[in-house]
Ligand binder design. Structure first.
Ligand code: TRP
Ligand code: ZN
Length: 874
């Protein structure tokens, strides 16, 4: 690209001038050159009122245009620039045949048709299809597809595409073909193709209405023993969507394919999901508990897209959250129902508060429905996904489950087969419920994290209690000033014994409708001054402050009937103590802590009635990233030192309890990834982590024993992390060597091995990371490797990445410049920590800006990297 990339705007949306009724594709796959013959049946769009518009098809400079025919006649009169093919005059209805030549084997961007470990596969969302053939590559152009794949039979025995297989046969030269037919109209971004030497498992599923569906999961032969968990998860997801949303699967076959080279987690292509191996393969020996849960969640997420995304899709990419926010909400509720609801909520809120809040406060901040973008791939963000899911959750909270279901039924019924907007979604919710969501719509158009400042007053004589709430929202790139949001604020009031006081209608929890910049809520007949439990279940994605005393927080940790808020009270207490300690550290004062946190943690450890997973979550201190996000100016060294100090204080004070709870949660039962077993392991490993901070030989031995005796990856990996991140140099090297020896053939386990080292807070980790880049296991073309080593170092190792000499920043700039050529999506994502440069001290700011400038000046940038760097420096 020779000119500077330009932004495109939602306000410029226009309906397509031409529609595709039918897309026929023939792929002749080969090692040197792949031929794609596309035959498109096209018509003028009756909804477009332009007079005889030109036909414009999207393309890409990696593709060679071999020939073009209009209604069977060679076409000469067209214009062809790098990214656009323009035909000035076409009839009302016509057939266009396009022959293109592509080289999937050289496609390192992993968009369009590419090769992963010798197999052909595709990734077309968002705009990858235009690297396969010229096409109106926009989600509001929907067609039925028929696809024929031709390839060498020995090398590529399995040939897959969307829909149902309708024909297969043998050709000359050892080639064969399969034809697939997809009866559902779809945008090009949902097209998929796979060709390779794959094995699969197969099961059958009977839908609620009695239709039988074949379920197949494909992988390389070596991974065939890691597919059953995904199959079970898929069946659970299918059943859940029938029960909770009344949604059934629609084709006769549902396929999932695991590939090792993949830019994201997984892709919901109609009838043929393509998954990153990390989101589908699972077995006890190689997979941690967290990874098991991710597999369950992602399998469900992609399955749920069949309705929220495929049957009803997006009108344009500004509406991305229409499918992603809703589908993340659906998968979160599914995981909550399969496992522990409170644990799932704590995990999601933790991610939102650290990473999404940081995004919302940085130069890439954007509304859930962005107004403009340079490269859409940069908008597959925490804001579109996670905050988008929170917005749907708030609608659910405001309407209640029954009206929400009425709304989703209406939405699916009204828009089945259409490409629609987030506004259509909200409209369906309004129409079905009769609730006015006009002010609520601001959640889609205004970026930034709202602040709620809450105070209260109590009049003993009248029994009147009042909550005063002020809302505000900081400026973000799209707008300086914000209008008030409609915020569902769930609350409860606790009496002196910790019991919920009855509120309106005798309920113990109530959702307040906050709509004004300042608003007071009054409660009558409150017998004693209550302790408020605010924002229960995290009912809105906001930052709430209330002047709690430490005693009140300890009281809430013990008594709040809302499990999420019990955890949150502990987080707030720990955060407050740590922020005070950071100030002490910076002022050179001696670090000392008030015993309230130790006492509260001791009580939690002693309470055997609690869910062990929640005990572990409660005793996990807020992360360094979370404290950095909250700080006006983040002092990474102080934050790290203070957190380590507090961990040590807690370990010393609670050592006997940690030992006891560790032992109590060891188990001889065979491994199972169910919520209860995961809970016990998480608590056991939390205890081990605290004990290891004491730097004692006996605890090192405990960790080594756990490592060697483990029958599952969770326990082995937890022990490995503890040993590697501690100061025991010899044990560290020994264990790392052992681990690699043992697992070198398991790609996903090797990624863990890289990550454990990249996240090490000990000195000279950067040197180690550079060494590991030379290791035969590393491959910069494989995104999972890049994430495991480079992204983990840059995003999950704050003390080392932010080293005062700027070495981490220079390293990142170097890698981004290299990846910019190979894989722009991955390059751009790797840059994320650099976009936060305003958070740091003046010296670091200078170094970070310098590194960003170095990227800017490095030559021709992809749209992806250009957008992030230019917005960061603006
Ligand atoms: N739609 C996918 C999801 O379920 C996201 C996705 C997969 C994607 N691969 C991609 C987005 C590549 C952009 C580029 O969330
Ligand atoms: Zn999705």
């Amino acid at each position: 690209m020779s000119e500077q990339p330009q932004a495109i705007y939602l306000k410029d949306y226009q309906v397509p001038a031409y529609l595709v009724e039918r897309t026929e594709l023939r792929f002749e796959l080969a090692e040197e050159q792949t031929t794609v013959i596309a035959t498109l049946q096209m018509i003028r769009n009756p909804d477009c009122n332009q007079q005889a518009p030109a036909l414009q098809l999207h393309g890409h400079d990696s593709m060679v245009l071999q020939s073009l025919q209009l209604d069977g006649e060679p076409l000469m009169n067209y214009q062809h620039s790098d990214e656009l093919l323009t035909i000035a005059e076409v009839p009302e209805r016509f057939s266009l045949q396009i022959v293109t030549l592509i080289e999937p084997q050289n496609n390192t961007a992993l968009e369009g048709l590419y090769k992963s470990d010798g197999m052909f596969c595709t990734q077309c969302e968002a705009e990858g299809f235009r690297r396969i053939t010229f096409y109106p590559d926009r989600p509001d152009v929907m067609a039925v597809f028929r696809t024929t794949i031709v390839a060498d039979k020995a090398k590529y025995p399995v040939l897959l595409s969307n829909g149902n297989p309708v024909e297969r046969g043998e050709l000359d030269d050892g080639r064969h073909f399969v034809t697939w037919d997809d009866p559902f109209k779809k945008p090009a971004y949902l097209f998929a193709l796979v060709a390779g030497d794959l094995q699969h498992i197969e099961e059958r599923y009977t839908t609620a209405s009695g239709r039988e569906v074949i379920l197949q999961i494909f992988a390389e032969a070596k991974d065939l023993n890691k597919l059953q968990y995904a199959m079970d998860s898929l069946k659970n997801a299918m059943r859940w969507d029938e029960q909770v949303y009344g949604r059934e699967y629609d084709l006769d076959i549902y396929m999932i394919v695991a590939v090792d080279f993949f830019n994201m987690g997984a892709m919901e292509n109609k009838g043929l999901n393509i998954f990153n191996t990390s989101c589908v393969l699972a077995n006890p020996e190689t997979t941690t508990d967290a990874a098991f849960q991710r597999v369950e969640g992602v399998v469900a997420h992609e399955y749920f897209h069949n309705w929220s995304g495929n049957r009803v899709t997006c009108r344009d990419w500004f509406q991305l959250s229409l499918k992603e926010g809703f589908t993340v909400f659906r998968d979160a509720e599914f995981s909550a129902d399969m496992n522990s609801r409170t644990v799932k909520r704590v995990e999601d809120v933790t991610l939102l508060r650290t990473a999404q809040f940081a995004e919302d406060a940085g130069p890439m901040a954007h509304p859930v429905r962005p107004e403009s973008f340079i490269e859409i791939s940069n908008f597959y963000t925490l804001t579109v996904y996670e905050k988008g899911a929170e917005v749907v959750r708030m609608i659910h909270t405001l309407l209640g489950p029954e009206l929400f279901r009425k709304g989703s039924d209406l939405y699916f019924e009204r828009h089945d087969g259409q490409a629609v907007t987030t506004d259509d979604f909200v409209q369906a919710m309004e129409d079905a419920s009769g609730r006015d969501l006009s002010q609520f719509r601001r959640w889609y158009s205004q970026a930034g994290t709202p602040r709620l400042a809450v105070s209260d007053s109590y009049d003993e004589a009248s029994g009147r209690y009042q909550l005063h709430v002020k809302q505000s929202c900081p400026a973000t790139p799209e707008a300086e000033r914000k209008l008030p949001f409609h915020i569902p604020l769930a609350i409860g009031l606790l009496d002196g014994e910790g019991n919920d006081l009855p509120l309106t209608d005798g309920q113990t929890s109530q959702v307040l409708d906050l709509t004004e910049a300042e608003q007071t809520f009054t409660f009558e007949d409150i017998p004693v001054r209550p302790v408020p439990s605010l924002l229960r279940g995290f009912s809105a994605p906001v930052k709430l402050s209330y002047p709690y005393s430490r005693e009140q927080l300890v009281f809430l940790i013990r008594h709040d009937s809302d499990g999420f808020n019990r955890w949150d009270a502990a987080q707030t207490l720990a955060t407050e103590l740590m922020e005070a300690l950071v100030a002490d550290y910076q002022a050179g004062r001696e670090l000392q802590i008030d015993s309230c946190l130790v006492d509260a943690f001791a009580a939690v450890l002693d309470d055997s009635s609690l869910d062990p997973a929640m005990v572990a979550k409660t005793l996990s201190l807020p992360s360094e990233a979370y404290l950095a996000e909250r700080a006006e100016q983040a002092d990474v060294e102080a934050i790290h030192a203070v957190r380590e100090f507090l961990r040590l204080v807690l370990a010393k004070a609670l050592r006997e309890r940690f030992e006891r709870v560790y032992r109590a949660n060891c188990s001889d039962a065979p491994y199972s990834p169910d919520a209860e077993s995961i809970a016990r392991r998480s608590l056991k490993n939390l205890c081990l982590a605290y004990l290891m901070t004491l730097q004692q030989q006996n605890y090192l031995q405990l960790a080594l024993d756990q490592y060697h005796q483990a029958d599952n990856m969770s326990d082995a990996q937890s022990a490995l992390v503890q040993v590697v991140h501690s100061g025991f140099d010899e044990a560290r090297e020994q264990l790392l060597g052992d681990f690699y020896q043992r697992w070198q053939k398991e790609t996903l386990v090797v990624n863990q091995w890289l990550s454990v080292q990249a996240s090490n807070p000990q000195p000279d980790t950067l040197g180690r990371v550079r060494q590991l880049m030379e290791h035969p296991a590393f491959d910069i073309r494989n995104p999972n490797r890049v994430r495991a080593l480079l992204a983990v170092f840059c995003a999950q190792n704050p003390v080392n990445f932010h080293a005062g000499d700027g070495s981490g920043y220079r390293f990142l700039a170097e890698q981004v410049i290299r990846l910019n050529e190979l894989n722009p999506q991955i390059a751009s994502r790797l840059l994320t920590p650099m976009t936060r440069w305003r958070k740091f001290d003046p010296q670091r700011q200078t170094l970070m800006k310098g590194a960003l400038q170095q990227v800017m000046d490095s030559g021709e940038l992809s749209r992806d990297v250009y957008e992030v760097v230019s917005k960061s420096l603006a």
